[in-house]
Design a protein around this ligand. Structure first.
Ligand SMILES: [Fe+2]
Length: 374
């Protein structure tokens, strides 16, 4: 039995519905928000009970309906743990198994298109199926030039992980732009134009020379998808809006800042003190450049030179502090230095709540964006 393959023409996205014939429990992979009604209809039509809504990665080209499906059907949401989709109930690691009835879907970490990207393997009646998301497409593969993409990692994921599946494994891609519906591992090993017969070095060079346009919906889609497509406080357009400011390029949400970091357009500058970053937490990959520094919270005399060294011409400087106050001063200074600078609203911790506790009313951590401690 094959999965039910559904198509969203606006984004050329394939959504897959798998189910267990006895219990009628179902699992959906990469659902699209505009297709929510269709998917609910298909579930009803087949007499299925949705138990899991699973993402292959945080998509840049469409918004997921996983969160909405969970509200409508009671399904759990699942996403690769390294994708930063903190709203997903199940954070999947390599090898994790998802159960629907007596069926099992196995997660295979296949980084490269994004650092967190996963493929999913379904073995049914001796036949293997693999849902590859944007990792492996029919006669192609996902791009690697934004969203923590890495062509070398993608090469390893495809050649070492996917190509070690049985050759007759059916490949079900996340997209196809030419009406093709599935392929096999063997066919892609022999004839995939991007990767068949290519060395790792050749593949990396090829991927570096693609010069693809920026995905049309990335600024809206990535922030929304980091919340399973649920937009509690604002819709995607509001999250992606630049709000006007005096003396610098604008105020932006933490979600838009993260989208710009992932697309490579912006550099995140954390202007808190070294002590705050160390004790409260920090954003991986951000430049630590204090606006004021202990002792005495004097202005950091190395701020200007540090900024010039970290933000190359043509990139946006995205200023992050604790609650969005120091970052305004830093964004103004960066503007005086000739940079396109933005203040990130709410900062890392957000404003204090009525109990003087930070981190519960907004801010980078509150919105579930990636951060670490220690
Ligand atoms: Fe993608």
């Amino acid at each position: 039995m094959n999965p039910i393959q559904l198509f969203d023409p606006a984004s050329s996205t394939y959504t897959y519905l798998l189910f267990d014939t006895d219990s009628r429990e179902a699992l959906i992979i990469d659902p699209v928000d505009e297709q929510l009604d269709r998917d609910l209809f298909v579930l009803r039509d087949y007499g299925l009970r949705l138990v899991l809504a699973v993402e292959t990665h945080a998509h840049a080209d469409h918004i997921t309906s996983a969160g909405l499906l969970a509200e409508h059907t009671g399904a759990h949401t699942a996403a690769p743990e390294a994708c930063g989709i903190r709203t997903a109930t199940l954070q999947l690691h390599d090898g994790a198994e998802l159960a629907f009835g007596r069926e099992r879907l196995r997660a295979l970490h296949t980084p490269g298109h994004t650092a967190g990207s996963m493929s999913y393997v379904w073995e049914r009646a001796g036949q293997h199926h693999v849902f590859t998301g944007d990792t492996l497409l029919i006669n192609g593969c996902g791009r690697t030039d934004f969203q923590s993409g890495d062509a070398g990692a993608l090469y390893r994921s495809i050649t070492e992980k996917l190509f070690s599946l049985p050759e007759n494994t059916v490949v079900w891609p996340g997209h196809d732009y030419h009406g093709r519906r599935s392929s096999t591992i063997g066919a892609e090993m022999r004839s995939n134009a991007r990767i068949a017969g290519q060395s790792r070095e050749e593949f990396i060079r090829l991927m570096g020379e693609l010069n693809l346009p920026k995905p049309r919906r990335i600024d809206e889609a990535v922030p929304a998808n980091l919340q399973s497509g649920l937009r509690h406080d604002a819709d995607g357009a509001a999250l992606a809006a630049v709000r006007p400011a005096e003396g610098y390029a604008g105020n932006i949400t933490p979600q838009l800042a993260w989208a710009w970091v992932q697309s490579g357009e912006g550099v995140l500058i954390d202007v808190r003190t070294d002590a705050e970053r160390e004790w409260v937490g920090f954003v991986p990959g951000a430049v630590g450049l204090a606006w004021k520094q202990w002792p005495g919270m004097q202005l950091n005399t190395a701020f200007d030179s540090g900024l010039r060294a970290s933000v190359l011409p043509g990139k946006k400087a995205l200023m992050l502090c604790r609650s969005g106050v120091r970052s305004i001063a830093a964004a103004r200074r960066a503007t005086e230095l000739g940079l396109e600078a933005y203040n990130i609203l709410e900062g890392f911790e957000g404003d204090p709540d009525e109990h003087a506790q930070r981190g519960r009313k907004g801010g980078w951590r509150f919105h579930g964006l990636p951060w670490r401690q220690g």
